[in-house]
Design a protein around this ligand. Structure first.
Ligand SMILES: Nc1ncnc2c1ncn2[C@@H]1O[C@H](COP(=O)(O)OP(=O)(O)OP(=O)(O)O)[C@@H](O)[C@H]1O
Ligand SMILES: [Mg+2]
Length: 250
């Protein structure tokens, strides 16, 4: 699904991602963890086609960067990230937020065809948001805005869904609600591969069988989830001693 080989990304004159080699296979869902500034968001932007690597090879769904049209690629990947919330105009109606996933714009969907309208209705039903039809984005609660942006990311049935700290603003009830939706999504036929960045251990539902840990722009660990949670590995990832980490986790 994803294939990165010796990838380097530079921003502001500095290497942000260094020598990233990572492959994901169909049927896997991955979580990504790492300290603030370790490069998680930059990696997600790279996978979603918004950042270009300086060195190395990137292929998403078998399409190699350099040969593929990035706009086409963005159409096959669903992306939820903090900047989508920041850029969404407050007055855009819910249906237009969702429909804008078809062209990858942030709320500018124009006139909707019957096919697009039907796909929007399907998403609103999936997320239990039918009663919010017509509401402007700025009038929705954080949880409702998240559902709108998730629906936007899924409306065009992407093969890969990238979630960058999706639940950071939610209270515990809204989190639990989102966890069951995420499970329903992951278990559906033709489910997209989910790649989720999080700082919260409880977000990492059992469907996330694989984990990637970043430290200072490099991969510290990639593989089965259980090993990622070993205190020695996590402590190294966050630059803590094992004793301190254990105190925090208790
Ligand atoms: N446009 C830019 N110019 C210069 N430096 C940048 C730019 N964008 C990101 N960086 C730097 O790259 C590093 C990695 O940033 P990134 O946002 O990918 O980290 P992150 O792991 O997502 O952090 P967080 O957990 O805080 O969201 C940081 O040091 C950040 O300041
Ligand atoms: Mg980030």
């Amino acid at each position: 699904m994803l294939s990165l080989k010796n990838v380097f990304v530079r921003k502001g004159g500095k290497d942000i991602l260094k020598d990233i080699t990572w492959v994901t296979c169909p049927g896997e869902h991955w979580f990504v963890m790492g300290g603030n500034g370790s490069g998680k968001t930059t990696l997600m932007e790279l996978l979603a086609g918004y950042v270009w690597p300086q060195r190395g090879e990137v292929a998403v769904l078998g399409e190699k960067f350099g040969r593929v049209n990035l706009l086409d690629l963005r159409g096959r990947v669903g992306f939820v990230s903090p900047w989508i919330f920041r850029r969404m105009a407050q007055e855009v109606p819910l249906e237009d937020v969702v429909a804008s996933g078809f062209d990858g714009s942030v709320g500018h969907c124009g006139r909707k065809s019957a096919k697009v309208s039907a796909a929007v209705r399907r998403q609103l039903r999936f997320f239990g948001c039918e009663d919010l039809k017509g509401r402007e984005f700025g009038t929705l609660s954080s949880g409702q805005q998240l559902k709108a942006v998730l629906a936007r990311a899924l409306v065009h049935l992407p093969r890969i869904l990238i979630l960058d700290e999706p639940f950071s603003l939610l209270d515990i009830g809204a989190r639990l609600d989102m966890y069951s939706l995420l499970l329903k999504l992951a278990e559906a036929k033709n489910a997209p591969q989910i790649i989720m960045v999080t700082h919260h251990r409880e977000d990492i539902l059992p469907v996330f069988t694989r984990g990637l840990l970043l430290k200072d722009g490099r991969i510290l660990y990639k593989g089965p989830r259980e090993k990622a949670f070993q205190p020695g590995v996590l402590a190294k990832c966050f630059g803590l001693s094992v004793a301190t980490l254990k105190k925090v986790l208790v």
